[in-house]
Every structure is written in structure tokens, then in C-alpha cells.
Design a protein around this ligand. Sequence first.
Ligand SMILES: Nc1ncnc2c1ncn2[C@@H]1O[C@H](COP(=O)(O)OP(=O)(O)OP(=O)(O)O)[C@@H](O)[C@H]1O
Ligand SMILES: [Mg+2]
Length: 217
Amino acid sequence: MKETNPHDIMQSCFDALEEERRSLAHELHDEIGQSLTAIRTSAKIIARQSEGRQSYDVAQGIVSLTDGMFDLLHNMLHRLHPTVLDKLGLIDALSDLSDFNQKHCSLKCNIHIEGGLESLSLPMKLTVYRIVQEALNNASRHGAANCANIHICLDKNALHITVDNNGSSLDESRLKEPGIGILGMKQRVIAFDGKLEINNKPSGGVIVHVELPLNSI
Ligand SMILES: Nc1ncnc2c1ncn2[C@@H]1O[C@H](COP(=O)(O)OP(=O)(O)OP(=O)(O)O)[C@@H](O)[C@H]1O
Ligand SMILES: [Mg+2]
């Protein structure tokens, strides 16, 4: 390994991790997705040819099962790697994440972006995406929030990411021994020499703020 700076080493670890996730996501999508499509198509043909017979219900059952597996697969792919980030860029990936939370977690997300984020490097875009993803995940899982605001601002000194929600407050003692989610956020932020703050809002809910200095981008 040629890096000796701890931040570079950490960033290389994240790059390797994301690369592995990306290739797993593509493989799952192509291999499992194709097989599921084939099973579903065959079951549809059997159902068409067996109307009125007992095998009709069995074939329809297989179609429903594959539909459920498609949903499951898409949810897994979403968590594993935001393919939309490769295809459409960060802003669309965040909007996709917001739609996902609205649909599956009843969490309405308002997105506000200032500055041209498309100039950021891919590792930096992935960091933004993963931080927002975990903040939203925690908002609905622990805070039972139904509304979150995502504010991303690129100014001349730093990239600021703020995610706040209207859920319940955080037990601040939990931050001393966080789970993998907040630990992961911290490590990603350290890799870019940035700062992470997680606080309760006076009005209720939690606010996560990350600042990544521009000289690290
Ligand atoms: N938005 C939030 N609202 C309320 N409590 C929160 C919120 N975010 C975090 N917490 C508290 O902080 C703890 C640590 O969060 P963290 O994301 O590190 O771990 P986790 O969500 O429990 O597990 P995971 O490793 O799957 O992320 C949570 O268990 C929860 O008690
Ligand atoms: Mg978490």
C-alpha cells in the first residue's frame, strides 16, 4: 500500500469497500434479476395455459412470489450500492433516496441544495450519500420521524451536509458508544478531515451536521 497518511489509508479502505459493494450490486442485479425474470415469465405462461385448473393458482402463486423477491432485491441493491449515483449523479441519487424513504418508511424528505455538487469526486459523492442515508435511516428507525430536511451547501471553504428530522430526541449517552451507523459516519468524515455533530433540536428531533473542508476534496 503506497499511502502512509492515516486519512489516505482510511479513504482507501472506504474506496475498496464501496468498490466491492458496487460489484456485488451489479452482479446481484444481473444474475438474480435475470433468473427471477425468467421464472416469472415461465410461471405466467403456465398460468395462461392452465386457466380453470388447479395449476393456475400454483403458477399465479409463483408470479406473486417473484414479485415479492424483486422488491426485496431492489431494497437490497439500494442499500448495497446506489447505482443511480453512477448513472444519474448525486442530486438524482438523493432524490431517489428521498422517494425510497417516503415509500417504505413514511418519511417525507425535503431536499435543498446550494452549489454545484457534480464537481465533487466520486468518493466524496458516496460519502455525502452514505451520511444522508444513515441519518434518514436513524430518523425513522429510532426517532419515528415523518419529516426530514436535507440541506447540502458547497461554499468556497467547505461542503456542509445537514439532515434534521421531527422525530423524538436522542439519548445523548448513546453517542459515547454508538452503533456501526454513527461510527461509519464518523470514520467517513475523519477520512476527509471533517467535523461531525449530532444534536437534539430545541423543538424536538435530531440534527446531524457534517462539514468537509474543501482542501480535502
Ligand atoms: N435520529 C435519531 N433519533 C433518535 N435516536 C437516535 C437517532 N440516531 C441515533 N439514535 C440513537 O443512537 C444510537 C446509535 O445510532 P447508530 O446509527 O450508531 O446505531 P444503530 O442505528 O442502533 O445501529 P446501526 O449500526 O444499524 O446503524 C441508536 O441506537 C439510537 O439509540
Ligand atoms: Mg443507525
